[in-house]
Write a protein that binds this ligand. Structure first.
Ligand SMILES: Cc1ncc(C[n+]2csc(CCOP(=O)(O)OP(=O)(O)O)c2C)c(N)n1
Ligand SMILES: [Mg+2]
Length: 406
């Protein structure tokens, strides 16, 4: 066993040397509006190049992604629409919770929208995604509707998980939740990637977890197997600086989550810049699908609200900190600024996109509120335990003499 002093003298310099040639000296910003683009074409679908900020990434044992990104006006406008839609949907959930129409747990992703949007614009519909409980935005991006997501929060049978999952357990094609057990989705994500590799699919899994999950043993077990078998997975820590009311620095001996894979290359990404996220995930997807093995990403982001609806979110961080992040690092405001600066849209066009996103969310929320309440019968408790159509003939109920026949 090395004494601490000996370790510091003999081992630490070696470790630094091993990392130094690869580790970039850049430090990642969370400033959302720092990319550049010139010569924007008139046409909506004609590709052009965006140059990302030098402060978009920090690397660990890997070259950085290209600092240029091909996009179109249509895609940028869609990204903006997506960001606004998630924010508006989360705001609707906030209101419905305060009106006591949504009960139980409810975790909002306001502030973190760029992660869900940037990833979706980088992967294909055949790739797989799994995350923790802060999942409404991902469910929407993967193909869920606002109506079905809000219906789920309201506990309606027409909700995206038939009203059985609530805020934390939503699913869509190639979206494997929505998981309430902190960290549990990380090994499940490795399993998804194993299935992709085993069946020869040219697809990847994106498995997300929070800074609060990043120290769990199962995360490192999943890293190990993923590297042993070079699984096509991008592990991604959404570092929003807090796990419930505990700051990352109080919970983690090393808060550079992108370096926590040790033998797995990593990338730290400005998680408030939807374009940087798209560039990073596109690059990582190609890397991992080509058989080079897993990656560990860290999206540096921030949640504006409390951990859940029952946390005001102001006892463990200052109001000034929240205000500063909202006013100077907001992903929506950042993209908006770029779209105007680059003349991708006029002021009026942008207002029209805003209005369209907000009114379509509002309409779907109103429809969800009109969905019928579930019948107050115990039969509903036995439904949806198995995938519809695959139920056993009978199931035991709450006591030995209660049997439910399907
Ligand atoms: C196994 C397990 N332990 C504890 C909890 C309680 N819990 C819920 S959320 C949370 C903090 C997670 O923080 P983080 O991973 O940073 O996610 P964030 O809320 O910031 O998105 C904890 C401890 C849980 N749900 N599951
Ligand atoms: Mg967190």
């Amino acid at each position: 066993m090395f004494s601490r002093a000996l370790w510091a003298r003999q081992i630490a310099p070696l470790r630094r040397q091993a990392i130094a040639p690869f580790a970039s000296r850049r430090s990642v910003t969370t400033d959302a509006a720092s990319a550049h683009a010139e010569d924007i074409p008139q046409e909506d679908d004609k590709p052009f190049t965006v140059r990302l900020s030098d402060e978009s990434f920090e690397t660990y044992e890997i070259d950085p992604p290209p600092y240029t990104l091909q996009t179109t006006k249509r895609e940028l406008k869609k990204m903006y629409h997506d960001l606004v839609s998630i924010r508006r949907m989360e705001m609707a959930a906030d209101r419905l919770y305060k009106e006591k129409k949504i009960r139980g747990f409810c975790h909002l992703s306001t502030g973190q929208e760029a992660v869900a949007v940037g990833i979706e614009h980088a992967i294909t519909k055949d790739d797989k995604l799994i995350t923790a409980y802060r999942c409404h935005g991902f469910a929407l991006m993967r193909g869920g509707t606002v109506k079905a997501i809000i219906g789920e929060l309201l506990g309606r049978r027409e909700g995206i998980a038939y009203g059985k999952g609530g805020s934390m357990h939503m699913f869509a094609p190639n979206f494997f939740g929505g998981n309430g057990i902190v960290g549990a989705q990380v090994p499940v994500g490795a399993g998804l990637a194993f299935a992709q590799q085993y069946s020869g699919e040219q697809t990847a899994t994106v498995a997300l977890y929070g800074d609060g999950a990043a120290n769990q043993g199962q995360v490192f077990e999943a890293y190990n197997m993923a590297k042993l078998w070079n699984l096509p997975i991008i592990f991604g820590c959404e570092n929003n600086k807090y796990g419930m009311g505990t700051s990352a620095a109080r919970a983690s001996a090393l808060t550079d989550y992108y370096q926590r894979g040790q033998y797995i290359p990593g990338l730290k990404i400005n998680g408030m810049d939807v374009l940087a996220i798209k560039a990073a995930v596109q690059y990582g997807r190609d890397y991992t699908v080509s058989g080079k093995g897993p990656l560990v990403y860290e999206y540096v982001t921030y949640r504006y609200g409390g951990h859940s609806m029952s946390d005001p979110g102001t006892t463990y961080r200052s109001r000034e900190e929240i205000q500063r992040m909202r006013s100077t690092h907001d992903a929506i405001a950042g993209l908006k600024q770029k779209l105007l600066d680059w003349e991708v849209v006029t002021d009026e066009e942008l207002k029209a996109i805003d209005k369209d996103a907000r009114s379509s969310v509002d309409e779907e929320v109103a429809e969800a509120e009109k969905m019928a309440l579930p019948d107050p019968t115990s039969r509903i408790l036995f439904e949806d335990i198995y995938v519809r159509g695959s139920e056993p003939r009978w199931m035991r109920g709450r006591s030995v003499d209660e049997t439910f026949y399907y």
